[in-house]
Design a protein around this ligand. Structure first.
Ligand code: HEC
Ligand code: HEC
Length: 401
């Protein structure tokens, strides 16, 4: 295999791109797709500046004097979004917890997200003993999130209606959310429960809830277990702590991050389809469509955006951005998302984001597929019925997108 690959690489025009890249940074944009962590191709000089300024803030480590805490989960964005490059994910989980009384779900004081770190031991938050639903969640990669943000609400609404008509057993639900930054009701698409619609609101929320830094959208500090007197003793920096609007720079940075490159743009080897023993085309892409994965893992939305590098792009994220019950629900009710529901996660870049599922409980892609039940059961069973060759081709496809 390696000799075939070497030959393909040597013959491919991409090889020239790699050579030019060492000499000239702009030529690379023409020679190959951006790698994970790089900006979109075709940005204006001003956008490139915003990307770089945002990246610097995204990587900056904050301390208590900057407003970090009193309770927090990490000291920078990149600490949980840094693998395989800045803007990626990490194996670090965070904890959601609620009280379920047999009928209803309740947030406990301090909200459903529990912060695991504190500026001092006296200020720490603990999951209260009466919490009976405790759910870990892993961090999601952010590559291509500007494209996801640019999918118009009505495209998601239209696809939801089409899905309900053609595949009633798989029909997903829209999570409508009030976008905190604009006050407008929008179609959610970010987070495991599609709990946010825009990168600006997610940034402001993450700055407060992951790092304890108050900002213009969320000016009120998170009290440890909801205890205001401990908050008063533990927090000395006046709000909003993010005076300069760093959270806006995070949003610009994430918006301009390129989506993961498709593997065959680099090696020319995958995605091309292969011939099975019976001479039938068993390309992974065809298998993916045929067994019904593409019903939820949808890759045909079109981005609308004033940013030239984003507008008109097909968003090949492989997600409908709808909530589904595939039997892996985390038991947490979050806004309009039910205990058993999760957003279909994007599949682009899967090769770099193991482990899988919201809680990281599936070490491999194959295991993630086997865990699909309920609305995902038919596709899982159809996958099981594929020949070993066809299954392998499908997994290869998933490793390449
Ligand atoms: C302690 C780890 C941690 C830190 C620190 C952190 N995040 Fe995250 N991030 C997560 C987790 C976990 C999720 C998934 C959360 C969920 O859906 O409930 C996430 C999800 C996101 C998403 C949604 C992506 C998508 O497609 O669903 C965005 C955007 C994001 N984070 C931005 C940020 C920014 C900006 C910062 C810094 C202010 C930050 N994060 C800091 C762990 C972290
Ligand atoms: C009914 C909608 C639906 C169908 C059909 C479906 N999925 Fe999923 N898929 C989901 C949801 C929802 C999740 C999130 C589950 C979780 O995190 O617990 C998911 C998660 C995944 C993951 C893990 C992604 C990650 O980043 O953790 C992979 C891989 C995956 N699906 C592949 C497939 C494949 C391959 C098929 C076809 C055999 C398929 N799915 C069919 C909705 C669906």
């Amino acid at each position: 295999m390696s000799s075939t690959r070497t030959l393909l690489t040597a013959l491919s025009p991409l090889a020239a791109g790699v050579l030019i890249w060492t000499a000239n940074d702009t030529a690379v944009a023409r020679g190959r797709a951006p790698r994970m962590g790089e900006p979109l191709r075709g940005l204006t000089a001003e956008e490139r500046q915003l990307f770089l300024a945002g990246k610097e803030k995204f990587e900056a480590v904050e301390d208590a004097d900057d407003g970090l805490g009193p309770i927090f989960n990490g000291t920078s964005c990149v600490i949980c979004h840094g693998i395989p490059a800045t803007g990626g994910s990490s194996p670090q989980n965070e904890t959601r917890a609620q009280l379920f009384d047999g009928t209803d779900h309740f947030d406990l004081p301090g909200g459903s997200l529990f912060q695991s770190l504190a500026v001092s031991p006296d200020c720490a938050e603990a999951v209260p003993p009466n919490a009976n639903v405790i759910a870990p969640r892993q961090s999601t990669p952010l590559f291509g999130s500007g494209l996801i943000e640019a999918v118009p609400d009505r495209s998601i609404e239209r696809y939801a209606a089409l899905q309900a008509r053609n595949h009633p057993e798989q029909a997903g639900r829209i999570h409508r959310v009030v976008d905190a930054a604009s006050g407008v009701t929008r179609v959610g698409r970010f987070g495991w429960k599609a709990q946010q619609a825009t990168l600006l609101s997610f940034s402001a929320d993450a700055y407060l809830n992951e790092m304890g830094i108050t900002n213009h959208v969320f000016p009120r500090e998170n009290a440890p277990n909801g205890d205001q007197s401990r908050l008063a003793a533990c927090d000395t920096v006046p709000d909003p702590e993010d005076e300069d609007g760093d959270f806006e720079l995070f949003a610009h940075y994430m918006r301009l991050l390129a989506p993961p490159p498709v593997e065959d743009e680099r090696s020319g080897r995958r995605l091309r389809g292969r011939r099975g023993k019976q001479g039938r085309d068993v390309s992974g892409r065809i298998g993916f469509e045929r067994v019904g994965c593409a019903v939820c893992h949808y890759d045909r939305y079109q981005a609308r955006s004033p940013i030239r590098a984003i507008g008109g792009t097909t968003v090949k994220a492989f997600s409908d951005f709808l909530l589904h019950d595939v039997g892996t629900g985390d038991g947490i009710v979050q806004g309009g998302a039910g205990a058993n529901e999760l957003r279909t996660p994007p599949l682009w870049g899967l090769r770099e984001s193991a482990p899988y599922l919201h809680d990281g409980s599936a070490p491999t892609i194959g295991e993630a597929i086997r865990r699909h039940a309920n609305q995902g059961a038919a596709a899982r069973d159809a996958f099981d019925r594929l020949s070993p060759d066809e299954q392998e081709a499908l997994l290869e496809f998933l490793n390449a997108i």
